[in-house]
Design a protein around this ligand. Structure first.
Ligand code: FAD
Ligand code: UDP
Length: 382
């Protein structure tokens, strides 16, 4: 009855499902183990009527026209340029570290001198990863690099990953480079914002198509099985359509090579009967506290009609696969990537199985990148 089974209704699953239903006229069944759609982008109104992001703050940002245009069919936008500050011993400083931050911490003459060196070495507008800045030949530049490393990256990274910046993939800290500019924005993409009525509504609209059915509260492991002969069974019968899987790949194959490591997060929500808690959408705690950051939702959704304000604190921990734990961040390193490849090889034996998503591909995708990937894979499916 169905041409396609999509496992997961996050960005990857929703984008692929809509494209196939609409452009390829496929009958699509989505299996979603949670009791809601939208994966980690899920947002909802809390008891106080504040729109909260249940799995941590999500801001859409992209330079990919195709993705922006695709999403814009299903939502209007609250255009919002995300800014983050770090609370460094009570002082709020812009993150990423930029020339404004430099002038906040050094006396005028010294700051000007270092600024000139940075511009000469990297060029105005450059985005320099901290691990690269630390290798600069000039002692004055290394001094500022050490300051940034110590006050912005070291403790935050220890909390987030349980490791020092030099012990994790450089690509991770390079997501938040040092900006040789006066730009206080967290991202530098052309399009930035959140869906005007929230991510869940946007995905609800995306999935609202006559060719799409959704089974919530359904773990695919209960209805799909993978036989040794390369066949996939749905409810015990051979399924000859295509399966798009967006969940954790190790779980799909019963952890047979062992668990892929992930970092997880505990979210602690608090509501306050006042208009404003911190004056910023996100404050990173880079030298103190056990949580990494505090998000105050009203500042990133632009919501004005709720009483009081809701915040969330994020406490990272090592994912162990216990009941209720969610794997959020894959941990890229040679050993883990090799383990992933074993699962990938197993998956490749199923010719009608496609892996898309942060979990299925064990990759640190942003929303736009995974949407682009889902579109490009869906286009290849006939
Ligand atoms: P998911 O959203 O994880 O969706 C996978 C879905 O599959 C889930 O709904 C899950 O329940 C379902 N599933 C899994 N296993 C099964 C199973 N066995 N059976 C049935 N269903 C199953 N990106 C940005 O661009 N901007 C941001 O500001 C941003 N902030 C982030 C903040 C945090 C704290 C985190 C963790 C991520 C953030 N991201 C951000 C990344 C963003 O969340 C991802 O790019 C995006 O959600 C990936 O979508 P996905 O569909 O691959 O995965
Ligand atoms: N990071 C940091 N201090 C900060 C912000 C980021 O050390 O104030 C590091 C940290 O290792 C983090 C990585 O940079 O995991 C990437 O940050 P990003 O904000 O992109 O993380 P995400 O939003 O994906 O959690």
């Amino acid at each position: 009855m169905y041409d396609i089974i999509v496992v997961g209704s996050g960005i990857a699953g929703a984008v692929a499902a809509r494209y196939l239903a609409e452009e390829k006229d496929k009958k699509v069944l989505i299996l979603e183990k949670r009791n809601h759609i939208a994966g980690n982008c899920y947002d909802k109104y809390d008891e106080s009527g504040v729109l909260i992001h249940v799995y941590g703050p999500h801001i859409f940002h992209t330079n990919i026209e195709e993705v922006y245009n695709y999403f814009s069919r299903f939502t209007d936008w609250y255009p919002f340029r995300h800014k983050v500050v770090a609370n460094i011993n009570g002082r709020m400083m812009p993150v990423p570290f930029n020339l404004n931050t430099l002038h906040m911490i050094y006396p005028e003459e010294e700051a000007k001198d270092i600024e000139a060196r940075l511009v000469e070495d990297y060029g105005m507008g450059a985005r320099v990863p901290i691990m690269e800045l630390r290798k600069n030949a000039d002692k004055r530049v290394r001094k500022i690099a050490d300051y940034v490393y110590e006050n912005i990256f070291l403790h935050y990274t220890m909390k987030q990953w349980g490791k020092k910046p030099e012990e994790i993939s450089e690509a991770v800290t390079a997501r938040v480079p040092i900006l040789i500019s006066n730009d206080d924005g967290y991202f530098n993409d052309k399009y930035q914002g959140v869906p005007a009525d929230g991510f869940t509504k946007m995905i609800e609209h995306m999935l609202d198509h006559e060719n799409i059915d959704i089974d919530l509260n359904t773990d695919c492991k209960d209805v799909l099985s993978f036989a040794d002969d390369g066949k996939i069974l749905y409810e015990g019968s051979p399924f000859n359509g295509k399966v798009i899987y967006t969940g954790p790949i190790d779980e799909l194959f019963d952890l047979k090579f062992g668990r892929l490591p992930y970092r997880s997060l505990n979210f602690k929500f608090e509501h306050y009967d006042k208009d404003d808690f911190q004056g910023h959408s996100v404050v990173n705690y880079t030298v103190s506290e056990e949580f990494t950051r505090i998000t105050e939702f009203k500042h990133l959704t632009g919501q004005e009609d709720a009483e009081g304000t809701t915040i969330v604190k994020e406490y990272p921990f090592e994912y162990k696969g216990r009941e209720g734990e969610i794997p959020y961040y894959s941990i890229a390193n040679d050993e883990n990537n090799a383990l992933y490849e074993k699962y990938k090889e197993t998956a490749d034996a199923y010719k009608n199985l496609y892996l898309i998503g942060r979990l299925a591909e064990y990759k640190y995708y942003n929303i736009d990148a995974i949407a682009e990937r889902a579109l490009s894979i869906a286009k290849t499916i006939d």
